[in-house]
Design a protein around this ligand. Structure first.
Ligand code: APR
Length: 235
């Protein structure tokens, strides 16, 4: 097992599955029960903001009732015990990485406990419901709050940082993502181009699995803590 200095950890819905949160594309996934274009696009939000607010308010309530699992906690162990710069770039809008004590967490698809005012661009942190009646605490305008979730077609957040970290990392770890949604699904290609070792933790081969040097199939709550132990044992 090599020594690494800069580890880029990309996570997707699969890392939160064992905490009880639905993924998007599994049998009873979120996108099987809701139309992406209705709840995850700007057009859908403009067409029916109440439906979109309702979807994310429900998801927000769910997220508050679940806890991090062994995979999230193993990232904290790695960050505390392994002498390297370790960054967590997550597609997830839940806050389980933070709840587990992970540091350097970047939410490229936004966060469920945030809303952004389309009038003044102020971001509001709240675990309460946000809807078409919500008044922006900054500009006092009502009905212009949108969940701070990156909808399809919108730019990802934190991309300057992501691009720098992809250039610098020597180990790229992907945990629980199907590798079908770009630009995140292309991160492994950039990391590989810049010379990083690449490894994915998922249940089954993913759409971009040919880009990974190594694949560890199984539940991340079991496989990733095992990997962390191997990295620490090799110090
Ligand atoms: N352990 C490891 N991997 C798991 C587990 C688990 N316990 N459970 C599921 N997985 C894997 C699945 O095999 C799949 O590859 O997690 C992945 C989940 O894929 P998706 O449901 O597509 O979720 P994700 O890849 O995060 O979706 C990316 O799509 O809809 C958008 O914005 C949304 O951020 C999301 C993006």
């Amino acid at each position: 097992m090599k020594r690494y200095n800069r580890i880029f950890i990309l996570t997707g819905a699969g890392i939160s599955a064992e905490s009880g949160l639905a993924t998007f594309r599994s049998a009873n996934g979120l996108w099987n029960n809701h139309k992406v274009e209705d709840v995850a696009s700007i057009e859908g939000f403009e067409r029916n903001p109440a439906l979109v607010h309702d979807f994310y308010n429900n998801l927000k309530a769910e997220v508050q009732n679940v806890s991090p699992n062994a995979a999230h906690l193993a990232i904290t162990t790695l960050q505390e015990k392994y002498p390297a710069e370790i960054n967590v770039i997550t597609q997830n809008v839940d806050t389980l990485h933070e709840k587990a004590g992970n540091k350097n967490v970047y939410h490229i698809h936004g966060q469920i406990n945030q809303a952004v005012c389309l009038n003044c661009a102020q971001v509001l942190e709240t675990w309460g419901d946000v809807d078409t009646e919500t008044v922006c605490p900054h500009c006092q305008v009502m009905g212009m709050m949108k969940p701070n979730i990156v909808f399809f077609g919108e730019n990802l957040l934190c991309m300057d940082t992501v691009e720098r970290l992809l250039r610098q990392c020597d180990l790229f770890v992907s945990i629980g993502t199907s590798g079908v949604v770009y630009p995140a699904a292309g991160f492994v290609q950039s990391a590989k181009y810049y010379g990083a070792d690449t490894i994915e933790f998922t249940l089954e081969p993913t759409a971009n699995n040919y880009l990974f040097d190594k694949h560890i199939y199984g539940k991340a709550g079991e496989t990733f803590p095992q990997f962390v132990e191997e990295l620490l044992a090799a110090l």
